[in-house]
Design a protein around this ligand. Structure first.
Ligand SMILES: O=P(O)(O)O[C@@H]1C[C@H](O)[C@@H](CO)O1
Ligand code: HPA
Length: 295
């Protein structure tokens, strides 16, 4: 079990208040950039950014490919905030810390969370460089009790037992597929199930075979806790995985995953992912219709 060093409501509020005092931006959409996808923030206009190390209460990024900056700005006139770098459990952070920004975004007035990640493809139809719209997830750490909602429930954010069925908004998933067609990249686009494992090692072949048999399409080391916390507090969620490598599932395959080539694939697809996210933000119904009105 993780130690329950929970974060109080006042601490989230303090960070949100500090950010409000530092910027005039009032974001409605928050975007978390996955490994190698930090360039998503480059598309923001009228930028104002803050190093995580300067933001009270924020953890700092320790992973190559995660710059560690919070960038406020606009995508086609829509107010956004972008995390150039996320926090992972394997960095030694508690799940409360890895998901800290999500509740701060809620307090800032954000309605929709867009999560992106680099992931290894398990499904036979997924190739390196493909984009998988996340339809659902398997939160492996959560299945053994490592959950960002463990400990006393903060009713101001949401209910004790939040449902996770439908946590990846269907309308946004459909919209993203349509946008993919219009951008001429529908050949790259799929929908599938993402599984979070703890990392930091990549999967053994036996683990890869197990995940594949269980129906997992892509595997990574993040995202699910952020989505759980976002869903708990009533944020609408959209998620995508950039398939940065094929997970090795055969003892005959001499290939192996490595962080540098994962970063390269992020670079290769940066423009496409940026266009997709920009169009999605500009065309989404900005008023989240979720009925959870916590906070
Ligand atoms: O932050 P994400 O989930 O995109 O990062 C993935 C998982 C590991 O942090 C890293 C491995 O290269 O990429
Ligand atoms: O193959 C992978 N496994 C786990 N996490 C990952 N993140 C990118 N690729 C992978």
């Amino acid at each position: 079990m993780q130690s329950i060093e929970q974060i109080s409501h006042d601490e989230y509020q303090m960070t949100a208040d500090w950010l409000r005092s530092q910027t005039k931006h009032r974001p409605q959409v928050a975007i978390i950039c996955g490994t190698g996808l930090g360039m998503l923030a480059d598309a923001l206009q009228h930028q104002e950014s803050f190093a995580y190390s300067d933001i009270p209460g924020f953890p700092v990024s320790t992973v190559q490919g995660h710059a560690g900056r919070l960038v406020f700005g606009e995508l086609k006139g829509r107010a956004c905030v972008c995390m150039q770098g996320r926090f992972h459990m394997y960095e030694g952070y508690s799940l409360f810390k890895t998901t800290f920004p999500v509740r701060v975004f809620k307090l800032l007035g954000v309605k929709t969370l867009i999560v992106t990640n680099a992931a290894g493809g398990l499904a036979d139809g997924l190739k390196t460089g493909d984009i998988m719209i996340i339809k659902d997830h398997v939160n492996f750490p959560g299945l053994v009790g490592l959950n960002p909602l463990s400990g006393p429930n903060d009713d101001k954010f949401g209910p004790r037992f939040p449902p996770m069925s439908g946590c990846y908004d269907k309308d946004l998933r459909c919209l993203a597929m349509d946008i993919g067609k219009q951008l001429g990249v529908s050949g790259l686009m799929h929908e599938g199930v993402y599984a979070m494992v703890g990392g930091p090692n990549f999967e053994s072949i036996a683990e890869a075979k197990l995940l594949h048999r269980l129906g997992v399409d892509a595997v990574g080391m993040s995202t699910a806790p952020e989505v759980i916390v976002a869903t708990h507090c009533g944020l609408r969620v959209f998620g995508l995985s950039l398939i940065t490598n094929k997970v090795v599932k055969s003892y005959e395959d001499l290939d192996s995953a490595n962080h540098d080539s994962i970063l390269e694939v992020g670079q290769l697809r940066s423009q496409t992912v940026q266009q997709l996210v920009t169009e999605l933000v500009s065309r989404m119904d900005i008023n989240n219709t979720t009925t959870n009105t916590a906070i």
